[in-house]
Design a protein around this ligand. Sequence first.
Ligand SMILES: [Zn+2]
Length: 305
Amino acid sequence: MLEIFYHPLYTSGISKNSKFPRDRYKLIFESISNSKANKKITFRTPEKIDLDLLYNVHQKEYVDNFIDGTLSESKQRAIGLRPWTKDIVDRTLFIMGGGINALDSAIKNGISSNLAGGTHHAHYDYGSGYCIFNDIALTANYCKNKYKEYQNILVLDLDVHQGDGSATMLKDVESVFTFSMHCGGNFPLKKQKSDLDVELEIGTGDEEYIEILKENLYKFKSIQFDIVFFQAGVDSLKFDSLGHLNLTQDGMKKRNELVLDFCATQNLPLLIFMGGGYSNPIDHTVEAFHNLFVQCTKTVGTIKS
Ligand SMILES: [Zn+2]
């Protein structure tokens, strides 16, 4: 059984007047619930994150200002998701907790996901690009403190935007390798240095994308990892309004298959953070995430943690 962590606040914690396509979480949840995949997936309610875990990786003043509603106007604007609702704080704490819960599940069951997050643009003391706190850095820190046998973490960030926040926050964390494969001519304007960055040209399509990903995954086979964190943003789809790449749904499925096969053959537990998806209409994004989770159900039982 694949455990996926989901909370209704993932959608309702964002204002319906926000530009952000908040309905995608609810729509993906419904799409899976109404399909045959439902028999192989259990939805679990995440727990709110313990604030001490946030303080471990973010500046205390930034965390406290966000929680008590005193974050500066400019810091709020850099994050987006506005106008903020009264539930934005709870939503954020559930998303961060969902990452931790999904990590525990991935280590127990071989694979798991949070149906939100992948907030890779959040930095130590500020957020940006719809990201408030960085769940990838937070979960990596938690993983290294809790699980002595899972110290070597591969962050595989295949969102179309660079994982700039993860790059800066994990730069000095020993034995965490950050890989970001993204569109060079896209947000964020100022790129940071991951352990390995691959920049793709605007308009890159299925064939080239898959070839480049294959080459890089092949390189990773010779490095000792204990677990994979997959930021599985689907915003490299050709339908995406913030993407600039040209992947079809089949190309996206092939991408997922490569990652799932890599984890299965290397016997690495896989933790999935959702990441971006802004297609217009949103149905293409929903379909791509639906496909991803269906593909994941086939991996259950093949990874022994
Ligand atoms: Zn993105």
